[in-house]
Design a protein around this ligand. Structure first.
Ligand SMILES: [Zn+2]
Length: 476
């Protein structure tokens, strides 16, 4: 990309800091050819720009899209006796390199910890390290003395979305009664409830059965979490939430089955504000990965599913039934995945989680848009517009229009890349997409008008990202 500077006398200095020239600009309502004028980190003008400006970037042949919003990351996440390998610095470097300008991470209180102090701890971890901008969700793992009373204060801090678990017995799972109480309370104050929908009780039974029979290999991770347990939990939580009422705003995180999407779509047709998120790994990988020698790297929950399910998800993404794409970026090193042992531990002891924030764009663009399965407009909707609305960040984030933050991913649609750890930025030395060849790659990231990634290098400074408090979620 050609960057040129004009030195103009101070008295002639016009309103614009940077102009992106000759860009093909994509928004959720279609492409526009023209220039984008930026001032103080905001978009101020779109169209043919003739005014004075200091710096031009010629983007001929490139696509400009809204910076992605990855609404599902776990940086510095304490889980299964490990803390994820990507802290807020490494993790958001990876995001920025992948064209993700905002992440929404999960505050995870420890047992007995109150929500506000957990929020403050997360801000303390993130603020000095983030390169991308970020928002926060709040995980609620138990109803202790004052959790219910704290929900309005959490929302006042800009944490408008919550996450409740129906799985991970004895760690994060909540009983149905607590799910009901929490959804009601969150809804009363206008928040959004995210749900990890898998039947944790039955999963626990299946795990015990397999272990007793000596079936410990990673593939049993899949067999212990069959499709039907996601479908059942989705159906159950939709029933519970529908009892609370039509004002409930709920979304099912990382949906891995077409049937779970259909349950939620049917409720939406009845007027409920229920939605689904899925992740790129459920769209691009399958259960076979759990038979590889490095299968331990592919352990996440819900597990990778059949090609039949993968196809069902693509169809539902194309039809608009899937609302958002998040990565569920939750990275462990090989050492952590193996619990610091030589041998791979039994499947139920492998920390759950995979990298993903940096590869949302190339995977979804290549396997979705380039292959003709989804339109560019859908791509933009699910990766920026919809998450911005759902998490109360719109219109500051998630769109290209005057007044919005100048957050862009700039795609070279012809660039061919073979994915390997060398081209990625996480704090681990592997990728679950090793050897996958894609066409279309993020070549520049701009965050609030600043170039933070270019030519493979993250140049954004540690701590230069900002906390973006969520406002009222918008659900269609
Ligand atoms: Zn997650």
């Amino acid at each position: 990309m050609e960057i040129s500077y004009k030195y103009i006398r101070t008295k002639e200095l016009m309103s614009l800091d940077i102009v992106l020239k000759n860009a093909k600009i994509f928004t959720s309502s279609g492409p526009i050819e023209g220039d984008i004028g930026i001032k103080d980190g905001k978009i101020v003008k779109i169209g043919d720009i003739q005014e004075q400006y200091i710096k031009t970037i010629d983007l001929s042949g490139k696509y400009v899209i809204p910076g992605l919003i990855d609404g599902h990351t776990h940086m510095e996440f304490p889980f299964m006796s490990e803390i994820t390998a990507d802290d807020f610095y490494y993790g958001t470097k990876a995001s920025i390199a992948g064209g993700v300008t905002t992440i929404v991470d999960f505050v995870t209180p420890s047992h007995g910890q109150d929500l506000i102090s957990a929020y403050e701890k997360w801000r303390g971890n993130a603020d000095p390290k983030v390169v991308s901008d970020y928002g926060l969700h709040m995980i609620i793992r138990e109803i202790n003395s004052n959790v219910l009373e704290q929900i309005p204060s959490v929302i006042n801090k800009g944490v408008v979305s919550f996450k409740l678990f129906m799985a991970y017995k004895n760690e994060l799972m909540l009983p149905d009664g607590d799910l009901y109480k929490l959804i009601k309370k969150i809804s009363d104050f206008g928040g959004v409830t995210g749900i990890h929908a898998e039947n944790g009780e039955i999963i626990n039974e299946l795990i015990q059965e397999f272990l007793k029979e000596g079936k410990v290999e990673p593939i049993y991770h899949y067999y212990s979490r069959p499709d039907i347990l996601e479908i059942e939990a989705t159906n159950r939580i939709a029933s519970i939430a529908s009892l609370v009422g039509k004002d409930v705003k709920m979304y099912i995180v990382h949906t891995s089955t077409g049937e779970a999407v259909d349950i939620i779509s049917n409720y939406r047709k009845m007027g409920y504000k229920f939605f689904n998120e899925t992740t790129p790994h459920y769209l691009t990988l399958n259960t076979e990965m759990l038979k590889r020698p490095d299968a331990f790297r592919y352990v996440m929950s819900p597990p990778l599913r059949s090609d039949e399910q993968r196809t069902k998800l693509w169809y539902r993404l194309a039809s608009g039934d899937i609302f958002t794409i998040g990565s569920d970026h939750c990275v462990y090193s090989d050492l952590q995945k193996k619990r610091h042992m030589e041998k791979v531990p039994p499947f139920n002891e492998i920390p759950n989680g995979v990298p993903g924030t940096e590869t949302i764009l190339p995977l979804l663009y290549y396997f979705g848009v380039k292959k003709g399965i989804i339109s560019m407009e859908r791509f933009i909707e699910v990766t920026s517009l919809n998450p911005a609305k759902l998490f109360g960040l719109y219109p500051q984030k998630g769109t290209i229009m005057p007044g919005s933050d100048a957050d862009f991913a700039i795609i070279d649609p012809e660039k061919k890349v073979r994915i390997s750890p060398d081209v990625l930025h996480s704090n681990i030395d592997y990728t679950i997409y090793d050897g996958v060849e894609v066409e279309g790659w993020n070549v520049m990231t701009m965050r609030r008008g600043e170039i933070v990634y270019e030519e493979g290098q993250v140049i954004g400074k540690k701590g230069s990202g900002k906390y973006i408090p969520g406002k009222t979620p918008i659900m269609m």
